[in-house]
Design a protein around this ligand. Structure first.
Ligand SMILES: *[C@@H]1O[C@H](CO)[C@@H](O)[C@H](O)[C@H]1NC(C)=O
Length: 329
């Protein structure tokens, strides 16, 4: 077979497999991860295939992949804490902030608890090469209660695109553009999962604090998939590679998936940096402005999305101590 065609086929098959995440090996906790913090607030369960992370008045907790990866498909089934969860943040993300303090890369899923138990919101964000002054947050409601059952959250990261999935529905696609330059994550990252007290961060600027009367807050992770190229960060050489999709020839999402994504975004997206006129008078280069989307978002928040100028835009600090640092607005 023609080599190039062969590669394209292999990649297509891999991406399809990645998209549905079927046939990908599910790791036990000890095979892929180590505890990051939180002492016995991290508990490994069910033959080592599932993990509880909890937050109580003493500490949150978290884990990290043993390897760093350059590109791949990363996935977990996550069940969020139920009932009153104001100020509680669960994060599932990739970062290399420990290695590159000034120019780190990051890909985030963040779950933001709220005053009403059922009102979890989910946020995605991207940083590349230390682009922390350009927040690329998007925020969405969900079509289910994520504290009621497990749902699958996945990140596909290749050298030219990033796709966030919820239950195999792509909810966000970032295509690498020339103009993004280093803002597109391009250095090996570790995968993290954490639960922490975001009282000063996540819920309306600290209006609603974590109430430890309802502690412990427990989130559970299972179906842990790390399917990528593990690399040695110093040597920049591959240690072991699960044939991660990393070729320029990878096809985008299928037309069917694209429709699903558009429907999701039409219904559930509540915030997008591309339309935030209080932050960006000129949207970042990769933004494709859709007038209908703009109008819909204006319905949520005319000040942010409508161009009514505030005297001072909100500042977006990255909190110093927490591990995930995008800022909720
Ligand atoms: C990333 O940042 C470093 C230091 O700020 C810079 O030297 C490098 O060229 C940047 N890389 C990319 C891909 O933009």
């Amino acid at each position: 077979m023609d080599y190039h065609l062969g590669l394209v086929l292999i990649c297509s098959v891999l991406v399809l497999a990645a998209g549905s995440s079927r046939n990908l090996p599910i790791l036990s906790f000890d095979e892929g991860y180590s505890q990051l913090f939180g002492e016995d607030n991290l508990m490994v369960l069910r033959d080592g295939k599932a993990v509880h992370l909890s937050l109580d008045e003493r500490t949150g907790s978290g884990f990290v992949s043993q390897d760093l990866y350059l590109h791949g498909f990363f996935s977990a089934s996550i069940k969020l804490p139920a009932d009153y969860t104001a100020g509680v943040v669960v994060a599932y993300y990739m970062s290399n902030g420990d290695m590159y303090e000034k120019n780190h890369d990051e890909l985030d899923f963040e779950f933001l608890g709220n005053i009403r138990g059922k009102d979890w919101r989910i946020q995605t964000n991207v940083y590349g090469n230390g682009s922390t002054n350009v927040g690329r947050e998007e925020r969405y409601g969900l079509w289910f209660d994520p504290s009621e059952d497990f749902h699958q959250y996945s990140i596909l990261w290749t050298d030219n695109q990033i796709i966030f999935y919820v239950d195999n529905v792509p909810i966000r696609e970032i295509k690498r553009t020339e103009a993004m330059g280093g803002d597109f994550p391009s250095k090996p990252m570790s995968l993290y999962a954490t639960i922490w007290d975001g009282s000063n961060w996540a819920t309306n600027g600290g209006k609603y604090k974590v109430n430890y009367k309802y502690a412990p807050y427990i989130t559970e992770f299972s179906d842990l998939i790390l399917h990528g190229c593990a690399v040695d960060p110093i040597e920049q050489s591959s240690l072991k590679c699960d044939h991660a999709p990393n070729s320029k020839s990878i096809p985008g999402i299928t037309p069917d998936q694209k429709t699903k994504m558009e429907n999701f975004r039409k219904k559930h997206m509540q915030y997008s940096y591309c339309y935030d006129q209080t932050r960006y008078t000129v949207p970042p280069s990769e933004c494709v402005i859709n007038p209908q989307e703009a109008q819909r978002l204006r319905g949520f928040d005319p000040v942010t999305f409508g161009g009514v100028r505030r005297h001072h835009g909100k500042r977006h600090h990255r909190s110093g101590s927490s591990r995930t640092k995008a800022t909720a607005i």
